[in-house]
Every structure is written in C-alpha cells, then in structure tokens.
Design a binder for this molecule. Structure first.
Ligand code: ATP
Length: 236
C-alpha cells in the first residue's frame, strides 16, 4: 500500500481550476518529484496535502486514512511537514525561536530537546547562529532553517516546495545532498522543483505536471532520458 495516494484531486481558487483530476502516489522510503512550469499546480497540490487548502474533489489517503477533511495541525501530528516555497522564515525571531515554531505541537519537552539536537547535528551552521536573528542568515542558511523547522515535528513524509529557489549553485548542491541524506535516514520525500534535472537525478519517481494535470510519469532516470522532458525542461 502506498504511504500517500492522491486520487482525482481537483483544487480551485474561485473560478480558477488550479489542479484538475490529479493522481499520484508516494511509497514509503521514496523521493518523488513533481516537476512542471510556473503555474502548473505544484504548490497547490502541496498545500492541499498539508491541509492548508481544501479540494473541490478527490481523496488524499495517507497511511490508509483520508486526510482531506483533517485540519493542518492534525496532519502535522500524523507525520506530514511542509517546507513552504520562499522559506517563510520568521524574521525578528532568532534561529532557535524559528525552530521552536516547528515544535509547537510537541508537548514533551525532552522530545523537543532531542529534536533541537538532531537539527543542530544535521545543520551545524544553525547551532552556530542559534541566537542570531533569522533575517541575518544567507539564503542557503535560511533554507536549511526552513528544513530544520519542518524536521522539528519529526515528519515521516516531508513536503519540499522549491527548496533550491534563489540559491547559489553551491547551496543548490548542498540542498540536494541534504535531501538525499534525509531520505537515506528514513524520511519519505515529496519534492517540488523548477530545477527538473537535479530533482529527477535524486528522485525514485517523478510526475510531470502541466496546467493542473499529470502529463507524464516514470522513474527519475526514465524522465531524465525522455526527449519531451529534455526539450521542455532542460532547454534542448
Ligand atoms: P509556481 O512554481 O509558480 O509556484 P506551481 O506549479 O506551484 O507554480 P501553483 O502555485 O499551484 O503552481 O498555481 C496553479 C494555478 O493556480 C496558477 O494558475 C496560479 O496562478 C493559480 N493560483 C495559485 N495561487 C492562487 C491564489 N491564491 N489565488 C488565485 N489563483 C491562484
């Protein structure tokens, strides 16, 4: 059974049909990527899985249970965390306080303390800067903080919306390495990316979206080698 199965999902913003009958699934332990141009509906899908948007139609079955009608905090407690597009770091708060936001549902303080330690072990730069205003971090460090904040909730499934956006090539490389390592340590990953080549290189499977629909699916390697994908997403 898939860990997450999205069936016939349609999501509207008023009269705009952003997602039109999308089907895909994620098996435990996989990295699955959704690629597609701006406006294809990728972020809308992620926000709907997180419970921030409610679909017009469709099912989202997570670990055997339909979560479509569940509230966002419950979905986090069930093990799904999102790293939003654009990071949405709380400026004016320290690195530590930003991480605390990711643990707001954690009632057990010794568990929370363990989570901080795991995040600091994973991202030593965040430990170094823990008392600094998060706004003073570089873009790459802020992305690490956004990932660290999501990890504070100990997700089984991590939703990453455009984690490489706006980063320098060196940081992009680091972020993709981090994603692979998190996956190897047991976190299942849904990765949304404009950077299709890199995303497909680390993904087990991918889905190509266009105007709210799945156009193509296959293993990461199959999609990388697909002439249509190469033409549209790799520029030739
Ligand atoms: P991007 O990479 O630009 O975020 P995307 O594939 O994630 O693209 P979405 O952000 O999901 O795409 O947008 C899908 C469609 O829904 C687009 O036509 C977009 O203009 C529209 N849309 C997104 N958010 C809203 C909103 N809050 N109100 C109205 N329309 C929206």
């Amino acid at each position: 059974m898939a860990m997450l199965k999205v069936s016939d999902l349609s999501v509207n913003y008023g009269v705009i049909q952003a997602v039109k009958g999308v089907n895909f699934e994620i098996n435990e332990g996989e990295i699955v990527t959704l690629i597609g141009a701006n406006g294809a509906g990728k972020s809308t899908i992620v926000k709907t899985i997180s419970g921030l948007l409610k679909p017009k139609e469709g099912q989202i079955i997570y670990q055997g249970k339909d979560i479509v009608h569940q509230k966002a905090p419950q979905i986090v407690l069930d093990g799904i965390s999102q790293v939003p597009e654009g990071r949405h770091i709380f400026s004016g708060l320290t690195v530590m306080e930003n991480l605390q936001m990711g643990a707001f549902l954690q009632k057990n303080s010794s568990e929370a303390a363990k989570s901080y330690q795991e995040v600091f072990d994973r991202f030593p730069i965040l430990a170094k800067r823990k008392n600094q205003d998060a706004a003073t971090l570089s873009g790459g460090e802020q992305q690490m903080l956004a990932i660290g904040r999501a990890l504070m909730a100990k997700p089984k499934l991590l939703l990453l919306d455009e984690p490489s956006m706006g980063l320098s090539p060196l940081f992009i490389q680091q972020i993709f390495t981090i994603i692979k390592e998190l996956n190897e340590k047991g976190t299942t990953i849904l990765l949304i990316e404009q950077n299709a080549k890199q995303a497909l290189s680390i993904a087990n499977r991918g889905y190509v979206l266009a105007t709210g629909q799945v156009q193509l699916t296959g293993s990461g390697h199959e999609l990388l080698a697909n002439p249509e994908v190469q033409k549209v997403y790799f520029g030739g």
